[in-house]
Design a binder for this molecule. Sequence first.
Ligand SMILES: [Zn+2]
Ligand SMILES: [Zn+2]
Length: 311
Amino acid sequence: MRAATAALASPLMEIVFLGTGCPVVSTERYGPAQLVLGQGAKVLVDCGSGVTQRLLAAGAPGRDLDALLLTHLHSDHLVDLYQLIVSSWHQGRDRPLPIYGPPGTRRYVEGLMALWEPELSLRIAHEKRPSIEALKIAVTEIAAGQSLSLGGLAVQVVEVDHQPVRHAFGFVFEEKGERLVLSGDTRRCAALVAAARGADLLVHEVFIHREMPVIPGVRSAETVASVASYHTLSDEVGKIAAEAGVKALALTHFVPPACDRAALLAEVAADFGGALILAEDLLRIDLTARRVAYGSAVLALGGGDVTAVSR
Ligand SMILES: [Zn+2]
Ligand SMILES: [Zn+2]
């Protein structure tokens, strides 16, 4: 009985969408962040605006994270890093947070900590907490093709195409035959399609062109074209999932955050016949149990085999 409870509490592979938005401020879709759970490990991918509140709501405070993975160094993906570090410490974290990110991550993290050093020194001296280990950040810069083991969870780093951003990664998580692929920010990219081939779930960003009109004083036609050029359009993403032959596709990083969901679903479903999910903040997909949970609703993901469900 005890073992069964523990197994339920530690799914073999689950993703929790913490923030499904982009740099555009939204009260519904916070900045990009997702939590991947596997074999007891908790890995945070990106830490956009509002991530610490969402982690708490997801029942996984920053204190408990095994690692932070960064897809790239665009502000929407890492703007809450300092808040994550300090709030994790306040929650009683007593070990450093390992951060894995592209070249430039060490410079960014060292600069961030240097910027806050006077504030942090004052806090440490004044608050007299039992440990300051949580404030000793361990950065590892990663490269495409690299394999990582984060808290026992196997991760493969894939180079994606988000030019002019020089280093942008997608990630492949693999656990006991379950394969979860995260696109990060990318335009249509052959390396990602190859990495995602046959995956149980592809989590992909999306840019919805018709929802991004020119607004005088806010964005020009050139702005829209430039931003669209390093993202994946809504009429491409279903084709990518179909080409990769993935079993399920979940869309996130909605640009813009507010969109006609039914129209988007119909557009993508025209190209991709597998399970299709438009992610929301705090939606969870459990690949082992093959179910999707959002609020109090639980849906069967379908497409699983009997051995996967009964394991
Ligand atoms: Zn982004
Ligand atoms: Zn980006």
